[in-house]
Design a protein around this ligand. Sequence first.
Ligand SMILES: [Zn+2]
Length: 289
Amino acid sequence: MKINVQRLCDEFSSLAAISSPSFHEGEIATYLQQRFCALGAQVEIDNAGHEINGESGNLIARFVGTDPTREPLLLSAHMDTVSPAKGVEPVLCDGVFRSAGATILGADDKSGIAQIIEALEVLQENNLPYPPLEVVITVCEEVGLLGAKQLDYSQLKAKRGLVLDTSGVGLVARKAPCANKVRFVVEGIEAHAGLDPEHGLSAIQVASLAISQMKLGRVDGETTANIGLITGGQATNIIPRNVQIMGEARSFDVDSMASKRLTWLPVCSKFILSMNTLSLMILLVCVVF
Ligand SMILES: [Zn+2]
């Protein structure tokens, strides 16, 4: 069954021309509400907007489908964009949409919304059979999935769905890793490196000892870990008092992620203990996952 390319392009242009940076999705939410109602959906906007101080909540459009006994399917995208997004002018040239120049285009993720709308148009104008559909268009995705985090998933019947928000035609991402960030602050004892090194304890040296014991890189088939930032110290002649270390772990396996957390903590505590035996005071604080 063929899509209507002209209709799809027109829909995308209409969507792109509506400014909708995160937290300012009021206008596009109203447009989408009318658009999905016209396609026969029952539409509601949830109260996520209240919770996150945005103009709109998530939009949920329910289509009964041609056969209510079939397993429902979720279709999802997000309605917010990054900035600058005031006065977007989409320009179609040689079959490719671009912005006129002063703003972003907003194809992320208005192309996803346009695809969902076109799919519904094609289904309905050709009287094709389709299952109950739950279309969820979220807000504030670009600033940390804030809308999706507020969504009441118990209101959805679908157990499977497609989220149209990825680059690359013909690609499907079927899973994504969970991630934890970690921040350590190692406290040492500051002293002049030339006059009084005996009374100093280098936070950088302690941190490097701890890091050398950490398993980093590809930890197992599902998990990676990395220390990516180190900041600390004041001058070459001062034994550094503190150093901050930041890193992350990612895993497709939540249990593996939890065990990574457990292995990092003992590595750090071990160094507190070993340094204590030298009667030195080490504080390792602010372990945040
Ligand atoms: Zn996106």
